[in-house]
Design a protein around this ligand. Structure first.
Ligand SMILES: CC(C)(COP(=O)(O)OP(=O)(O)OC[C@H]1O[C@@H](n2cnc3c(N)ncnc32)[C@H](O)[C@@H]1OP(=O)(O)O)[C@@H](O)C(=O)NCCC(=O)NCCS
Length: 157
């Protein structure tokens, strides 16, 4: 699968499936990820744990990346289980607020719907206003709250 769009800064962004050939690039993306912007303990910090995390995600689900030229600027991972899929999404700090997160989530949602997944779910920290706004704008509903976390879901119809 493949799609492209102009982000809000007018740059062309490509969205496609994450494949093993991109592993080095994706590990580099996460090694450089600003630790202050981690959410729910992710992404892992050390190179070794990033590699292990990406391997586990690939074994259990699917990944999609957003690229500007050769550079990865965003990644979403989805793990389907029992008809629903949970996702995590990370955008490079220089590319935030350009609509890339929304495009990646919609891209993954379309893929998941096509393979028969009925529901998309996510959890974020209650202080993560950008993520909360992004999910609400995409039609997710809040289905639960616990001290630091908010749970979201969207039926894929
Ligand atoms: C959360 C995240 C994935 C969103 O990606 P993004 O590409 O910046 O998202 P988009 O540009 O598609 O949408 C961002 C929305 O948040 C809004 N926003 C930005 N800052 C905000 C704030 N402080 N309060 C409320 N809304 C805010 C933007 O205006 C935009 O909404 P709009 O399109 O209605 O104007 C990205 O910021 C990120 O990687 N954050 C760090 C990691 C993380 O928290 N991941 C999610 C949890 S797993």
């Amino acid at each position: 699968m493949y799609s492209e769009f102009f982000d809000k800064a007018g740059e062309i962004i490509f969205v496609t499936n994450y494949v093993q050939e991109e592993k080095k690039n994706l590990v580099r993306f996460y090694e450089r990820f600003d630790q202050k912007r981690r959410c729910c303990g992710l992404p892992p910090v050390s190179r070794e744990s990033i590699e292990k995390w990406l391997e586990d995600l690939s074994k259990n689900g699917y990944g999609f990346i957003a690229k500007r030229g050769e550079e990865i600027v965003g990644h979403i991972a989805v793990v389907p289980k029992n008809g629903e899929a949970e996702f995590v999404v990370f955008i490079h700090r220089d590319y935030e607020d350009r609509g890339i997160g929304k495009n990646l989530i919609e891209f993954a949602a379309k893929f998941l719907k096509d393979i028969g997944v009925k529901k998309l779910v996510a959890v974020t920290e209650a202080t993560n206003r950008r993520a909360i706004k992004t999910y609400l704008r995409l039609g997710f509903s809040v289905v639960g709250r616990e001290s630091f976390y908010v749970h979201f879901e969207r039926v894929l119809d």
